[in-house]
Design a protein around this ligand. Structure first.
Ligand SMILES: [Zn+2]
Length: 274
């Protein structure tokens, strides 16, 4: 069991269990304020029978605003049902709005750019662009309280998945630095417990990615050419599912090394740049 920290006034989270065969085992939806409320993310569509009554009950009949961190289905699947039930205004980054059309065509979010502010009740949240996990991923900064609603950027105990075609590791690492500079007191994430030592967690995540990069460079120096071969080595002994997900992370590492000018991609076969 994770240590339970004292609850933060004005923040309520609901854990929504994932449907079978999902990548993560749960997602969190978060209500902010004392009314009118702001809802951050709406969970899986499959979770709506749990999310909708919880949201209605804890927001006095519905939030005024729904903020979506990014287009991944675990974060917005219930969005259309929530909007239908409450008439909440929905916001997301324009890049994510395009990507949302595939799976949630009925959602019509208002574009929200980096630095724009949203107010409801006495709460003001600032959109904080954090690309990497997804290209237009937004976190939300509650400046008055030094709290960041971080979406999928800084998680515990898992690290954030970054993979093709829409993930970019260079951008993700820049995002971690950007959050470190912002220096939130606590991060309320999209999965897992609140991160009460953001600087320490970011440090650990950067170290983890640096170690993985070293493993990838070692594999390349020993002549391994494909992400699949590298994953078989780096994730040796783990479940097939972990190896598959790991393969996509290794592609993200290889593409970062290509961007850095250290590796060449010759039609899916990678080699150190001589
Ligand atoms: Zn995600």
């Amino acid at each position: 069991m994770a240590k339970q920290d004292a609850p933060e006034a004005g923040i309520r989270t609901l854990r929504v269990e994932a449907p079978p065969r999902s990548f993560m085992d749960h997602v969190l939806v978060t209500l902010v304020g004392e009314g009118p409320h702001i809802l951050i993310d709406s969970g899986y569509e499959e979770g709506i029978e749990k999310v909708r009554p919880w949201v209605m009950e804890n927001s006095g009949g519905g939030p005024e605003v729904l903020l979506l961190t990014h287009h991944h289905y675990d974060h917005l699947g219930g969005g259309e049902a929530i909007v239908e039930a409450t008439g909440a205004r929905v916001y997301a980054h324009p890049v994510e709005i395009e990507l949302m059309k595939e799976r949630a065509p009925g959602l019509e979010p208002v574009p929200l750019e980096d630095g724009e502010k949203i107010q409801a009740g006495g709460v003001e949240l600032e959109a904080f662009l954090t690309p990497g996990h997804s290209p237009g991923h937004l976190a939300f900064w509650w400046k008055e309280r030094d709290i960041l609603f971080g979406g999928d950027n800084v998680l515990m105990p898992n690290s954030t998945w970054v993979g093709p075609p829409r993930g970019n590791l260079t951008h993700y690492l820049e995002t971690l630095e950007k959050i470190r500079t912002l220096a939130p007191r606590v991060i309320f994430p999209g999965h897992g417990p609140p991160v009460t030592d953001p600087a320490g967690r970011i440090e650990a995540l950067l170290r983890h990615r640096a170690q993985r990069e070293t493993q990838v460079l070692t594999a390349l120096s020993e002549g391994l050419e494909t992400p699949e071969e590298m994953a078989q080595r780096i994730y040796r002994g783990m479940e097939e599912r972990v190896i598959q997900i790991g393969t996509t992370m290794i592609i993200a590492h290889l593409e970062k090394l290509v961007e850095d000018g250290r590796v060449e991609n010759r039609e899916g076969k990678y080699a150190l740049d001589a």
